[in-house]
Design a protein around this ligand. Structure first.
Ligand code: SF4
Length: 315
């Protein structure tokens, strides 16, 4: 990929017609929560502004965030959006590995000093001098600090990177910490979720690529556009909540009829995320739609505060 390639260049190289390019820009404008009147500006910026390079690091994680990102599905506007990230380094996706790949990361850090985005997936272990998680013999925390120092901004993606996740759950044997506990001198955008919604990650990266700045963040550092409302606010079962119609047990009459899952421990009312609005796999479904209560995976400490495990599922 050319170092000055814009989104327009990239899509043109993939033989997308002008009409399809405009469709992608329309989808992008909507996804970023911009006014339709901004469409001409989005098109102009998409045609001219070079995509921002991205380095994607892995700490203590199951790699589920990366796996979710890969589930782009069939060609569509959403697929195009998910694949337009200029990913320069990723421990799993990159074709190269070992020393070659680490050298490439260092080269990107040098050549794009202050101008690349750093994505951090997974928690950061402080125990055993950080060696509970290391790459090439270097503790992840050290790699993270060095890469963050020269980045324009850091995106902590997934609940492990944002809150510490299951690694930080009691008794936290590796002394796992969240990204922002380690990176304190750089903006850290928090995109929690287990896993986080791929379109949200791509949306934040593209917003920075197009406008040269991060999207609006809430008081916890989460993008307001995607974390400004509770799951409950957009839930397809909300009318049943308001009518007092609740499933009491898995598989009962209410569960089969699609009633509210609040009595099964649903945390939608206190969980901020876009699962209901964006859905998963190009909006195909989301956990509540599929019959599972929201477990609040994007909220802090949800592993230590599990609402589901105490429920009787047999009736
Ligand atoms: S299923 Fe959960 S999110 Fe949906 S209406 Fe009921 S309590 Fe709210």
């Amino acid at each position: 990929m050319s170092y000055n390639q814009s989104l327009g260049d990239l899509l043109q190289n993939r033989n997308l017609s002008r009409r399809q390019f405009i469709k992608v820009c329309c989808a992008l404008t909507g996804m970023l929560g911009l006014s339709p009147s901004m469409l001409p500006e989005v098109i102009a910026r998409a045609e001219t502004r070079p995509l921002v390079p991205v380095i994607w690091l892995h700490g203590q994680a199951c790699t589920g965030c990366s796996a979710a990102f890969l589930n782009a599905g069939e060609p569509s506007a959403a697929e195009a959006i998910l694949n337009i990230m200029r990913l320069e380094y990723h421990g799993l996706f990159s074709a190269a590995s070992g020393v070659e790949l680490e050298h490439h990361r260092e080269k990107v850090m040098r050549e794009f000093r202050g101008n690349y985005l750093l994505i951090a997936e997974g928690a950061v272990p402080a125990g055993d001098q950080g060696y509970f998680c290391s790459v090439g013999g270097v503790p992840y925390g050290e790699i993270l600090k060095a890469a963050a120092k020269q980045a324009a901004a850091v995106l902590a993606i997934g609940s492990c990177a944002v809150w510490g996740g299951i690694q930080a759950a009691r008794p936290n044997p590796t002394q796992a910490a969240a990204t922002q506990q380690v990176i304190t001198n750089k903006p850290v955008v928090k995109i929690p979720g287990c896993p986080p919604i791929p379109e949200v990650i791509a949306g934040v990266v593209l917003h920075y690529s197009l406008f040269g700045q991060l999207p609006a963040l809430d008081s916890q550092g989460r993008p307001t556009r995607f974390f400004g409302k509770t799951v409950h606010a957009g839930c397809s079962r909300k009318s049943f909540f308001e009518a007092g119609q609740f499933a009491e047990y898995y598989g009962d009459k209410g569960a089969k009829a699609g009633w509210c899952l609040y009595k099964l421990g649903c945390r939608g009312p206190s969980t901020f995320n876009s699962c209901a609005a964006l859905g998963w796999w190009q909006g195909l479904s989301n956990p509540i739609q599929a019959g599972s209560p929201c477990i609040g995976c994007s909220e802090a400490d949800f592993w230590d505060d599990d609402p589901i495990s105490g429920f009787d599922v047999q009736g």
